[in-house]
Design a protein around this ligand. Structure first.
Ligand SMILES: Nc1ncnc2c1ncn2[C@@H]1O[C@H](COP(=O)(O)OP(=O)(O)OP(=O)(O)O)[C@@H](O)[C@H]1O
Ligand code: SF4
Ligand SMILES: [Mg+2]
Length: 332
């Protein structure tokens, strides 16, 4: 499988009055051509910071990418300067956010806004750009695109606005689309339509998608692979089937039991006790140890090594590691 993006040992932190928040602490993953990789995890675990780092959109200061590599077509994006990054943003890698209104300018017609990206990156004439804009509105399922092109954002419903934002993100045919909670602000039926649209667009364009969400229902519908983040690290990654049917990390298991899914009976939800650790001074060992029903003495002392369970399935947990036996004198 062709890798379009490789994130290697990414570390990102923020300087605050309280000290340094170590938001992302050694995240590595590959993104393959044409796949949807979902990133899931509790609030504050570093999903948005990871995705914003790929676009170098971390506010600096207070943020800082401390170390790591983000390889796109063999170029390390971390090393690029702002003018080079600007060429890549939108044209090769684009991003959409939770609230479509923040991405749209209320005073400019949606046609102009979609065309802006093409004119900027592809140096087309206005007529050519208009043709592409019409194609895009059709691609994202907006009826009467000729008329709609001349309208302003407030003339569209929330779901339609998100479709326009998606059209804007796709207008230059990017290789990678990063969507941070793209359906959270929408009601359930519209949410389903937007997810369907993502699938449809992926089939037509072959774009690779990084989808960040709290919602495991959304993940179940669209993800090919799932990365589970906890306290700034990916603790488990695997195919959708591996994560949903054979989760191995106690945190992944907890997460699956704590959020509603279609196949669950009422009353089956079991919240994960406790809260994530403070990221000013994260634990040296497994950050989940304080909440983990299986924690062993070694867990608090040493961060677990990555165990490979299949070609795609990796987990950071001592329970999966043969070497733990030699390291574990007593159970806590
Ligand atoms: N500008 C900032 N200044 C200080 N700390 C920040 C800043 N942005 C993010 N952080 C911290 O980085 C950590 C990771 O935040 P991030 O926004 O990536 O979480 P998330 O997983 O996207 O959460 P959510 O699901 O709530 O969106 C958090 O502890 C957060 O407080
Ligand atoms: S490493 Fe230890 S504490 Fe962490 S999840 Fe595995 S068993 Fe639990
Ligand atoms: Mg977020």
């Amino acid at each position: 499988m062709e890798k379009v993006l490789q994130v290697k040992d990414l570390h990102v932190s923020f300087s605050t009055y309280g000290g340094e928040v170590k938001a992302v602490r050694g995240v590595s993953f590959d993104l393959y051509k044409g796949e949807t990789l979902a990133i899931v995890g509790e609030s504050g675990c570093g999903k948005s910071v990871t995705s914003q780092s790929i676009m170098k959109l971390i506010p600096e200061p207070p943020g800082k990418i401390r170390s790591g590599e983000i390889l796109f077509k063999d170029i390390d994006l971390i090393q690029l300067k702002e003018p080079e990054l600007r060429k890549i943003r939108g044209a090769n890698i684009s991003m959409i956010f939770q609230d479509p209104m923040t991405a749209l300018n209320p005073t400019i017609t949606v046609g102009e806004q979609i065309m802006e990206g093409i004119i900027q990156h592809e140096k087309l004439t206005r007529n050519q750009a208009k043709r592409v804009a019409l194609e895009m509105l059709t691609l994202v399922g907006i009826p009467n695109p000729e008329i709609r092109l001349k309208q302003y954002p407030h003339q569209f419903s929330g779901g339609m606005r998100q479709r326009i934002v998606i059209a804007m993100a796709l207008v230059c045919r990017p290789d990678v689309l990063i969507a941070d909670e793209p359906t959270t602000a929408l009601d359930v039926t519209i949410q389903a339509q937007i997810l369907e649209l993502f699938r449809d667009i992926q089939k037509k364009t072959g774009v690779s998608i990084i989808l960040i969400t709290h919602d495991l229902g959304v993940v179940a519908q669209v993800a090919d692979r799932i990365a589970v983040m906890y306290a700034g690290r990916i603790v488990e990654i695997g195919t959708r089937r591996e994560i949903f049917y054979h989760p191995q990390h106690p945190y992944t298991k907890g997460l699956l039991q704590s959020v509603p899914r279609l196949d669950m009976e009422k009353g089956e939800l079991i919240p994960i006790p406790g809260t994530p650790p403070d990221l000013f001074s994260p634990p040296v060992g497994c950050a989940f140890a304080a909440r983990c029903p299986h924690a062993m003495e070694v867990c608090e002392r040493v961060y677990p090594l990555k165990t490979q369970l299949s070609t795609q399935h990796h987990v950071d947990c001592w329970l999966q590691d043969e070497r733990a036996k030699n390291l574990v004198p007593t159970l806590v």
